[in-house]
Each structure stands twice: as C-alpha cells, then as structure tokens.
Design a protein around this ligand. Structure first.
Ligand SMILES: Cc1cc2nc3c(=O)[nH]c(=O)nc-3n(C[C@H](O)[C@H](O)[C@H](O)COP(=O)(O)OP(=O)(O)OC[C@H]3O[C@@H](n4cnc5c(N)ncnc54)[C@H](O)[C@@H]3O)c2cc1C
Length: 380
C-alpha cells in the first residue's frame, strides 16, 4: 500500500490549484451573485486540458487516470464549485460516456471537440417525474427507420444553455421498461429543441441549470449510443463514475472552507488571544480535519478502484455519501468559526455552505447512495 502521490499527480494538483487561485477566485463572488456563467474561464480550462482529462489522447483527451481527475476536482472546488460542476459533467459523464461506449464516428465527431473545450457537453437523465427513480422515463424516442423522433422534458440540466452536445436518455419501448431505454447525442439548435428558463438556485449559482424541451426532434439513428436498449445501463455506468467526481467536488468544498476557517482562527482575536487558542474552536478544526481526511481517503480509494479496473459502485457511493456530508458539516462549522463575518459574502464561507448542499442531491441523493451501499454489503 502506498499513500504517496506521484510527481505527475502533484504537478496536476498544483496546476489546478494555481488556476483556481489566479483565475477562478477573482470574480467568484460576483458570478455567484449574478448567476453568471464563466464562459471565458471554461474556455481557458479547455485550453489547459481540464475538460477531457481522462479521455483518450487520440480524441484530444489527456489520457490521465481518475486520481489525477479527483485531485484537480478537489482544487477547483475549493474555490469555485460552479466551475467544477461543469468540469465534472463534461469529464466524467459526457467525455467518459462517449469514450467508453461511443463508436468511432461518434468519438471523432463529438468527443474530439468536447475534450478540448471547443464544445461543452450536458447529461440529460432527470425529468419532472423521474429523478431518483430514473426508470420512469417519460421522454420518448420513436424509431422511424433511419432516425428517431424525440419528445419530452428534462429537468435541472447542468450546462443547459451553455452546452452544445447533449446526451439524452429516452424511452424507446415502454413494454420493455428499463431495457427499452436508449441514450442519444443531440445537438443544440436542432429543430424542436428548446431551452427553458434558467433555474434560480441556492448554490452553485455560476453554473447554468435549465429544463429542456424536445418537440418532435429528429435524431439520426447513428446518434444512438450502443446497442438498442443500452441506454439505462449507459446512464447507470456513467453515473457510477460521475459520483467519484462529485465526491471530489464535495471534498474540495469542505477543504476550502476548512482552510479559510483555520487561517481566520489564527488572525481573529477574542478575549485577548487568537480564537484558535480557545479549545472550542481548536476542537472544531480538529473535527473538520479528521472528517476531511477520511473523505479524501474514500475519494482516493474509489478513484484507485476505477483505475485498477475494480468494481467502484460501492466505493464511489461511499465516497459521495461521506464527502457530501463532510461538505455540509464542515462548511456550517466554518461559518461558525468566522462568527458574523461568516455570514457575509466577502469571506467566501457562506457561499461554500450554500454550494455544499447540492452534493447531497445530484448524481444520486444520499438516500440513493445508501441504497447502493446497503444492497452491495447485504448481497453476500
Ligand atoms: C443544481 C442541479 C443540477 C442538476 N444537474 C443535473 C444534470 O446535469 N443532469 C441530470 O440528469 N440531472 C441533474 N439534476 C437532477 C438531480 O440529479 C435530481 O434532482 C436528483 O437525482 C434527485 O431527484 P429528484 O429531484 O426528482 O428527487 P426525488 O427523486 O423526488 O427525491 C425526493 C426525496 O426522496 C428521496 N427518495 C426518493 N426515492 C427514495 C427511495 N427509494 N428511498 C429513500 N429515499 C428516496 C430522495 O433521496 C429525496 O430526499 C440536477 C439537480 C440540481 C438541483
């Protein structure tokens, strides 16, 4: 067993850390306030290779391992979880999904543009009536020979208006239930594809979340991913890896808030001494550090499992469950350590606290992670 990161891993972590501090930090409060999508920053992240980290180099990807990806996700999320969710969706849902299950033509046409940031991807599974219960798809795609006709609504889609290529899950044969579901690549601008208004959110306000409507959208048959009926499996496999990215995002939010709280506690004085000298505050920091370290180990183990070709359904679910709870617990305590200053925007911790909550909801709620974990541990 070796807990040491390689030189290459350290370089990637440091590059992400530098980028987050120099590029994401300036303006992060304003972007949150105005719900502003950081278009230029996404472009820069594409140029630096943060948008297709794990994808095959022949399609413009970085060919990196999952450990590299979670290290970058943690660093970006310490500063700006809105930017990191876009990185996460593009990398671990869209690029990974296409790289692993797409055919040669799809990879050439779509993946090579998504890995470089020339185009941005979105993953469209959730619907008004199908969130945790993803088998209840109401969006339909009717087989018309050389194309499908797509109809329905998707909800809460990250990169909803900024995305260019959308992986859309739809029911093609109701009788076959989840075995009659398919995944399709849909391009922005196709006739009948409408983007709904932007959601007004509690956190990750810099990311654009929209509902999408498909009204008789013609999707060429060559845009179906995998064999007929592969869509549900595609979504589950992709989300299983995606969860590792969201776990790393939660870890980053927690670590960012902890670092701010620790620094603040060494500067702020009360009753004639720095507040870190009060045991109540020092113990909060001790708890935060312990919880974050445990979360980091779970995230790394899940990433390692994926890189080793081991099954990562259980380790990924545990990492997400624990890291997202850590993000909530630590950010709440970080606000407390900051006292009144914790409640105002310029100290960043209130934003991190709002951002933390989503990590317990998307890519499978905490309750759904517990279902995955309990089924896995009880099966033998
Ligand atoms: C900001 C944001 C971005 C998002 N981005 C995307 C995206 O890019 N693509 C996408 O497809 N989706 C996206 N989502 C949707 C997200 O994945 C869903 O909101 C999530 O899966 C939960 O589904 P739901 O909202 O329908 O909740 P529901 O499924 O209605 O759940 C409500 C509550 O019931 C609990 N519950 C449900 N079933 C069970 C059960 N069997 N046992 C115990 N408890 C249960 C849930 O845990 C939850 O607490 C996003 C959501 C948000 C808010």
């Amino acid at each position: 067993m070796d807990f040491k990161l390689t030189e290459e891993h350290l370089m990637i972590r440091d590059a992400a850390r530098d980028f987050a501090k120099t590029e994401l930090l300036p303006g992060v409060i304003e972007r949150d306030e105005k719900q502003e999508f950081p278009k230029e920053l996404i472009k820069k992240m594409g140029d630096l290779g943060f948008l297709g980290m794990m994808a095959s180099p022949e399609y413009g990807g970085g060919g990196m391992d999952t450990i590299s990806y979670v290290l970058a996700m943690e660093e970006l999320s310490k500063i700006d979880a809105s930017a990191s969710v876009m990185v996460s969706v593009n990398n671990s849902l869209v690029c990974w999904g296409l790289d692993t299950f797409g055919n040669e033509e799809q990879k050439k046409k779509y993946l090579s543009k998504l890995t470089t940031g020339e185009k941005l991807g979105a993953f469209c599974l959730s619907e008004p009536e199908a969130g945790s219960d993803a088998t209840s798809q109401r969006t339909t795609a009717i087989d018309k020979g050389d194309h499908y006709i797509l109809n329905g609504t998707k909800n809460w889609i990250t990169n909803g208006s900024s995305g260019d290529y959308f992986l859309v899950i739809a029911q093609t044969d109701k009788e076959k239930k989840h075995k009659g579901i398919n995944a399709f690549i849909v391009e922005k601008g196709w006739d009948g594809f409408e983007i709904g208004p932007k959601e007004q959110k509690l956190g990750i306000r810099g990311s654009d979340t929209h509902s999408l409507n498909f009204n008789d959208v013609k999707v060429p048959k060559e845009n179906r991913i995998g064999e007929d009926g592969f869509g549900f499996k595609f979504a589950m496999k992709t989300l299983s890896g995606g969860r590792i990215g969201i776990a790393a995002q939660a870890l980053g939010i927690a670590a960012g808030a902890y670092e701010l709280a620790k620094d603040y506690s060494k500067q702020r004085k009360a009753f004639g001494t720095e507040i870190c000298n009060h045991q109540a505050i020092a113990f909060k920091l001790a708890d935060m550090h312990t919880q974050i370290t445990a979360a980091r180990h779970l995230v790394m183990k899940a990433a390692w499992d994926k890189d080793q070709g081991e099954n990562y359904d259980l380790s990924g679910a545990m990492a997400k469950l624990h890291a997202s709870k850590t993000a909530m617990d630590v950010t709440i305590e970080a606000v407390q350590v900051h006292g009144g200053n914790g409640y105002v925007k310029e100290y960043h911790v209130e934003r991190l606290m709002r951002d933390a909550k989503i990590t317990q909801i998307y890519e499978g709620t905490s309750e759904i992670q517990k279902i995955v974990i309990s089924r896995s541990i009880l099966k033998d």
